[in-house]
Ligand binder design. Sequence first.
Ligand SMILES: NC(=O)c1ccc[n+]([C@@H]2O[C@H](COP(=O)([O-])OP(=O)(O)OC[C@H]3O[C@@H](n4cnc5c(N)ncnc54)[C@H](O)[C@@H]3O)[C@@H](O)[C@H]2O)c1
Length: 374
Amino acid sequence: MVGVTRSPVQSELDAEFEYGPSFPEGYRPGIGIVGCGEIVKTAHLPGYARYGQRVVGVYDIRREATEGVRERFGVETVFDELDELLSHPEIEIVDVATHPDVRPALVRQALAAGKHVLAQKPLAPDLQTARELVEEAERLGLMLAVNQNGRWAPAWRAATLLIEQGAIGDVVAVTHLYHHNYGFTLGTVFDEIEHLVLYDYSVHWFDITRCWLDGKTARSVRALEYRTPNQPAESSAPWGAWATIDYEDGSSALIRGVGCAETTRPRKLYWIHGSEGTMRGAVLGSGPVPGSESLELERDGRTTRFQLEGSWHTDGFAGAMGELVTAIAEQREPYNSARHNLLSLELTFAACRSAEDDGRPVAVQCAPSRGGDV
Ligand SMILES: NC(=O)c1ccc[n+]([C@@H]2O[C@H](COP(=O)([O-])OP(=O)(O)OC[C@H]3O[C@@H](n4cnc5c(N)ncnc54)[C@H](O)[C@@H]3O)[C@@H](O)[C@H]2O)c1
């Protein structure tokens, strides 16, 4: 487990907490991965390998996508057929890492085969389908978790834990500014995704914001998506977007994604304002980005700085899987359960609808966040 490096400036708050990925002692279930694309090879497999998890096998409809995974990551088997993976007795968890268009059908097949499921984000192409998947898993007594790995990005995870400790009192405002450049989407299926920025990418920001403002009632969402002046003419999806969330008690959130950033330091910055203090931090982008994730807590006139070990891509992915494995071992609902994710999705879809309507507020119904014991 990873601990916090404390700066000499120290607060009296209990800052000794574990924010890294956590797996239970003595339980190492077999994992089967369906869809072996870019993100599996750059984040899922490195993350599982780093934390000693057992990947029994992978399957991809394009066999070439699985090339080298045995040698590089110790994957035991490359399956020729999906059914071979789903019927493998040592696979307890199926990690569905395709795009969302084919995800619901694959999740259903895995559940029908009696497996717990970790689904990549966004869980489903629409809210109704997501609800049906949640109900299907609960009916079968299986766990369905969502790979909202951002929840375990070190600087977001540490902030979540500090909020839970009451470090800044009641959270009243969340503000995000993330640098990003969608150049990597050119010529890929990502460029064809409707609401690429709000739906496929910003779902992480809706999700973490919803975690930090947990327990509050979201009233409405406003959002816009727009082409940035410097994005290439051949790109289809708009690269710029912002969204706001308004809460019944006056709390608010702003997510601003700069989609055309030319920077060697593509950070995801955030500010969390509370009734008793403020936090500000930076999560690193993917790839070889210099520096480390950081978090600053200001309260009672003192500032505490945390330099955090690890990164979103790798540790965050292990964190999402670790929570599911731990929840199975402890027979409780995982923090990243699909049910908990419904509100994140609802906010995301409300933003998409608002962007289609020139930024008009879209009301949120507020999906219940917790079901019964699984
Ligand atoms: N931080 C994150 O959590 C993060 C980062 C990047 C991507 N993603 C998400 O991960 C998903 C995949 O992204 P990617 O970049 O790996 O895409 P990708 O296109 O590189 O990979 C998708 C893979 O799924 C395979 N596939 C498609 N249909 C299949 C089927 N029916 N059965 C088995 N395999 C099938 C494809 O052949 C391909 O190899 C997307 O939903 C994306 O939003 C998440």
